[in-house]
Design a protein around this ligand. Structure first.
Ligand SMILES: [Cu+2]
Length: 159
């Protein structure tokens, strides 16, 4: 019973040394849902991808960038509309997603802009898109390409 304080101290030390690993594993808990893209006319204009990024883990994760074979310059953009109704977009920078939170990439807001397309995006095909996180982890999602008039992950069949 004398060594109980010592045991408690050792246990605290062990927990302290484990927690950085839990943080490092953050992007392992990231779930990508409802990913979709619109078909492109050719390669002259950038492609775009949308999805929901859910952090199912217990630590925040930070999305730092994208990688794709289909585009040389994939980037997260944010579209905003000013009071005059004029839309513009700019690089969104790093995006931190809290535990249990979901960030939506959707028309009119955040989106994955696929600049310098290497091949046309054809309806019915799909391509891998890699999401990079600040902990060094990454998540790859296979993005289905819907029709040019698609407005959501269900495509344009309903309209
Ligand atoms: Cu954009």
């Amino acid at each position: 019973m004398n060594n109980r304080p010592l045991f408690a101290a050792l246990a605290a030390l062990a927990i302290g040394s484990i927690s950085p690993l839990i943080v490092f594993a953050g992007s392992d808990e990231v779930v990508i849902e409802n990913a979709w893209s619109r078909a492109s006319i050719g390669t002259g204009r950038p492609g775009v991808a949308y999805m929901e990024i859910r952090n199912a883990g217990s630590e925040p994760v930070t999305l730092t960038g994208l990688r794709a074979e289909i585009a040389m310059m994939p980037e997260i953009h944010r579209t905003s509309t000013d009071s005059a109704g004029v839309s513009s977009m700019e690089p969104a920078g790093e995006i931190t997603i809290g535990p249990g939170a979901t960030v939506a990439l959707e028309p009119g807001g955040l989106h994955a802009m696929l600049m310098r397309l290497q091949a046309p995006m054809k309806k019915g095909e799909s391509y891998p898109l890699q999401l990079l996180f600040s902990d060094g982890g990454d998540v790859t999602v296979d993005v289905p390409i819907l029709g040019v008039g698609a407005r959501g992950p269900e495509g344009d069949e309903a309209s």
